[in-house]
Design a protein around this ligand. Structure first.
Ligand code: ADP
Ligand code: ASP
Ligand code: MG
Length: 435
């Protein structure tokens, strides 16, 4: 049996948490491949190493020296000392500091937290260190090359008894370091799990698995015992950041299950994520997730549905500006597009002008400060009246619904609400469905 274990930032933050990691690994000989994050926060107001490293890159670009690098050294020197390790970090720090000042992109700097964590853990566990740049490969255009990576990674890892691999980054064909989006060590862990054909991908974090809602919004939410790949994808994409939404792809083909576990409560079973499940036990819904920061553009035009090419013209305006859309709920004479604010930055006015010119709408309105909330679960499709319950719970809590999109999966009802109502909406849905 092979288990791949990924440990997140909080698990890497202190000598005490790293000792817990070491105990977890020692307690099961199948835990042969370990993927680690950079050290995270030790307390609420603390800084994540990755954030400091992004700041280092910025300082190097602006003033030629990375003033903040001393904070990175301090953190890892303390860990090394408290863990009683002998690795000589000085020459490594010198090289990192030098290279940060030479690189034009922030990726190299950002990746060094994972690199340093992995060096320390490898010594602590007495496992081989394998640099992610040798097994995780990106193309020239910076996109992740899944198949090439899998070929190389499986070849290089096949005869290894054990290894520690830094998460979050890999390399482009010219050797330049490239990182995934934030939280990407989850993806690295999934890639390693696929490459070694693991029996399970254990993702160790600081909570007892996936909860039915964000624990920062709902007090003590119920734990989700089992989750299907599809439900995970919807919840993670919609904002449940326990697991990076792209973690699922490397595991899908081989059907490798994911077990979300808590480093600080290792006996808790956590959440099992499997290719298919029949819903969350007796619960109607499996979970609720959401994100703030969207804008909706509402377009009204009489007889729009008879106008050949209307949607194509509208979508072309958006595509030509390189903007991605999230949702497009459509009525008879109305349609709306929901777009993440980051996509629209500096482009909203020109987009509205182009839409006016292309489709001559009767009316066009923009709603900013929108939050999306997704209620997810296979169980919803078997139970009549789920949508009715959802909407009356929101009405009772005086949440104004700006947009509804049920999609075609029967797995997910997405609503758009004003950002100010976001937390209230999640609490109302939770209270209605979860007992
Ligand atoms: P790691 O550093 O281990 O990768 P993350 O901070 O990325 O950990 O993810 C774990 C955090 O996700 C939890 O501490 C919790 O605050 C947050 N979170 C958001 N939504 C949920 C949810 N539905 N269930 C559990 N945790 C959630
Ligand atoms: N250290 C990176 C981040 O903070 C990657 C990760 O932790 O998964 O986003
Ligand atoms: Mg994470």
């Amino acid at each position: 049996m092979i288990k791949v274990c990924k440990f997140g930032g909080t698990s890497m933050a202190t000598a005490e948490s790293i000792n817990s990691v070491a105990n977890i690994i020692a307690s099961d000989k199948d835990r042969r491949f370990v993927v680690v994050s950079a050290a995270g926060k030790r307390f609420k107001s603390d800084e994540k190493i990755t954030d400091i490293l992004y700041a280092c890159h910025k300082e190097a670009a602006e003033i030629g020296v990375c003033k903040s690098f001393v904070k990175v050294k301090d953190r890892y020197d303390t860990l090394k000392k408290e863990l009683g390790l002998s690795i000589d970090l000085e020459p490594i720090y010198n090289e990192i500091e030098y290279r940060i000042t030479k690189e034009t992109l922030p990726d190299y700097a950002a990746s060094r937290g994972e690199y340093l964590s992995a060096l320390l853990i490898a010594e602590k566990l007495n496992y081989e260190f394998i640099d992610a740049e040798t097994i995780i490969k990106f193309s020239d255009d910076g996109t992740f090359d899944a198949e090439y990576t899998n070929d190389i990674a499986s070849m290089l890892l096949k005869d290894k008894n054990n290894a520690v691999i830094p998460g979050f980054y890999g390399a482009m064909p010219n050797g330049q370091i490239r990182v995934f989006s934030r939280g990407g060590s989850d993806v690295s862990g999934a890639i390693v799990a696929r490459a070694v054909n693991a029996d399970v991908y254990e993702n160790w974090t600081d909570v007892n698995g996936f909860m039915m809602a964000d624990p920062r919004i709902v007090e003590n939410p119920k734990n989700i015992k089992t989750l299907s790949y599809k439900e995970l994808r919807e919840l993670a994409y919609m904002g449940a950041n326990v697991l990076h939404p792209e973690s699922i792809f490397p595991l899908k083909a081989a059907g490798i299950p994911i077990n979300i576990k808590n480093t600080f409560e290792p006996d808790n079973k956590g959440t099992m994520i499997m290719p298919k499940t029949n819903g969350n036990g007796s619960e109607v819904i499996t979970g609720i997730a959401g994100t703030k920061g969207f804008t909706a553009i509402f377009i009204e035009k009489s007889m729009m549905n008879n106008e050949l090419g209307f949607c194509r013209k509208l979508l072309s305006c958006i595509e030509q500006l390189g903007i991605n859309i999230e949702h497009m709920p459509t009525g008879i004479d109305t349609t709306s597009v929901v777009i993440h604010d980051a996509e629209l930055e500096g482009k909203l006015d020109i987009l509205l002008e182009r839409i006016e010119d292309a489709v001559h709408p009767d009316n066009i309105e923009v709603f900013k400060n929108l939050a999306l909330v997704a209620t997810v679960g296979h169980g919803m499709s078997y139970k009549a009246g789920t949508a009715g319950r959802l909407f009356s719970a929101l009405a009772k809590s005086k949440v104004n619904i700006r947009m509804i999109d049920q999609g075609s999966s029967e797995l997910n009802i997405i609503i758009g609400v004003e950002c100010a109502d976001y937390e209230r909406a999640i609490k109302a849905i939770y209270e209605e469905f979860v007992k």
